[in-house]
Design a binder for this molecule. Structure first.
Ligand code: SF4
Ligand code: SF4
Length: 91
């Protein structure tokens, strides 16, 4: 095994804090269970939705589609990461 550069894709959500009303639809319907209520509140006193650090978001966009207040958008982030990679010898 040797080190190699691989491309890795993961996703992040952006929440427009003032639009979130803590209804919890996005949390309930996220198939990866990566969303939760943060301790942070907006000016109306609602806890703003956030994503955990598990890196399990699949980018399915369900949260964004289901939010009645159009508060969430999902963005993909591509990065180069150094990972152990198998070296295949070609004869
Ligand atoms: S569905 Fe929208 S309004 Fe409801 S908790 Fe999620 S982000 Fe907030
Ligand atoms: S994009 Fe899909 S997996 Fe990611 S947080 Fe939204 S609902 Fe969950």
């Amino acid at each position: 095994m040797s080190k190699g550069i691989r491309r890795s894709k993961h996703y992040q959500i952006y929440v427009i804090a003032e639009r979130c009303k803590e209804c919890g639809f996005c949390i309930e319907f996220c198939p990866q269970h990566v969303l939760c209520k943060s301790t942070e509140t907006n000016s109306k006193g609602y806890h703003i939705v956030c994503m955990d650090n598990s890196n399990k978001c699949s980018g399915c966009n369900i949260c964004s589609m289901i939010c009645p207040d159009f508060a969430i958008s999902v963005v993909s982030i591509e990065e180069e990461v150094e990972k152990e990679a198998e070296v295949v010898r070609v004869k």
